[in-house]
Design a protein around this ligand. Structure first.
Ligand code: NCD
Ligand code: ZN
Ligand code: ZN
Length: 379
């Protein structure tokens, strides 16, 4: 097959860490990883070191982004339930509100009793995105019955959770959901091998859960990488003595192929894995294996997020992929600052060769051609 042209992809769930944690990622390296992965638009989460819960913090973040981005970027606002007055002030600057009902990176968890108030207060033309696990998904759906407003459940990962979303959809509730590449292409069987590099929220699930996600792809509205970079140093902070730490470190350049079994890490190991540069190659490989079609990829990575978050991309914003190019993930020259991948060692088929933003070639053969600040802020 010859070179294929696809619309520029949209990733509605990334953590670019800027400002506050720019040793992990920043707006330039994060948006460079996006372009290299075939993504022309990404939406950044608000769990910065200082969570983005005021108009002022949002404006400061946008100002920093403007100087550095090479892809288009949108933002979500954050809430712990005590900033409802700010919602109206930021409504024209964000693409949604993100709330965390369960623990993850950053201390940002909302008391579920505040859900109803938030559902009412945030403008109903924008979605509320929710980080939830099985039980809190049920709570969300409960509240959604009384306050009907668009809600997007991020990173659904279990059979139970997706089952609940499907049930809610069948009851005509205004609910959508996304799934991550790591919950589609890895399972808990990979956990031991990956150690801290396979630790994220929600965690890797059983083969049964993974199969349920694949079987019900039509009920999933988008694929979101949940690109959540942490440095290798941060990931390696396990409770071991220096000797075994050195042994683990020497395994780092082949985390997937080594037979190292990791000690149970301390719970200050940060959760999250990068994903922007690996999602499309994994999906194209799955297309090759006929696990899904190229039309599914366009629905999940372009049309789906475009309609949920109201994003219109220019006709001249597109990517060129070589569906036959084979490579090993670990051999990629990563643009993400963290420089590693939980998919290291996997052989894939299908690569982004060029990325265009509004007719301008911004990425070609591994090189970023765009200048910092040339990306656009959405809306
Ligand atoms: C994310 C992070 O590191 O910011 N971590 C993760 O494990 N997914 C936060 C999140 O999306 O829950
Ligand atoms: Zn999350
Ligand atoms: Zn996330």
């Amino acid at each position: 097959m010859a070179i294929l042209r696809l619309p520029g992809l949209i990733d509605p769930h990334v953590h670019l860490r800027d400002p506050g944690l720019t040793h992990k990622e920043d707006f330039f390296t994060g948006t460079s990883a996006a372009l290299a992965g075939g993504y022309t638009t990404i939406i950044d989460m608000p769990n910065n070191k200082i969570p983005i819960t005021t108009k002022q913090l949002l404006n400061e973040k946008i100002k920093i982004a403007k100087e550095k981005i090479v892809s288009d970027v949108g933002f979500y606002f954050g809430s712990m339930g005590d900033n409802l007055d700010e919602f109206e002030l930021v409504a024209d600057k964000v693409l949604g509100l993100k709330i965390y009902l369960n623990q993850t990176t950053g201390n940002f968890t909302l008391d579920s009793h505040k859900l109803e108030q938030i559902f009412k207060a945030f403008p109903h033309n924008l979605p509320v995105l929710i980080h939830a696990i099985d039980e809190s998904t049920e709570q969300v759906i409960q509240v959604l019955h009384s306050v009907k407003r668009p809600v997007h459940i991020v990173h659904v990962s279990s059979k139970f959770q997706l089952g609940k979303v499907i049930e809610a959809k069948n009851n005509n509730l205004p609910i959508t959901c996304g799934v991550t590449p790591h919950n589609l292409f890895l399972s808990e069987a990979d956990q031991q091998r990956l150690g801290p590099f396979g630790m994220m929220k929600p965690p890797l699930r059983s083969q049964k859960d993974v199969e349920f996600l694949w079987k019900n792809l039509m009920a999933i509205d988008c694929i979101e990488s949940d690109h959540a970079p942490h440095t290798t140093e941060e990931k390696m902070k396990s409770e071991v003595n220096n000797l075994s730490l050195r042994a683990q470190r020497s395994n780092l350049n082949g985390i997937a192929t080594s037979s190292a079994s990791w000690r149970i890490p301390r719970n200050d190991i940060p959760y999250g894995v990068p994903g922007l540069e690996t999602t499309l190659p994994l999906l194209l490989t799955a297309v090759n294996e006929q696990k899904l079609s190229i039309e599914d990829v366009i629905r999940l990575c372009s049309d789906g997020p475009s309609s949920i978050f109201g994003i219109k991309q220019d006709e001249q914003t597109y990517i060129e992929i070589d569906p036959n190019l084979k490579f090993e993930i670990g051999n990629l020259k990563f643009h993400t600052k963290c420089g590693w991948s939980p998919f290291d060692g996997m052989k894939v088929k299908g690569k982004v060769v060029k990325t265009y933003l509004r007719g301008e070639k911004v990425f070609e053969d591994g090189q970023i051609l765009a200048k910092p600040g040339s990306g656009g802020i959405i809306p």
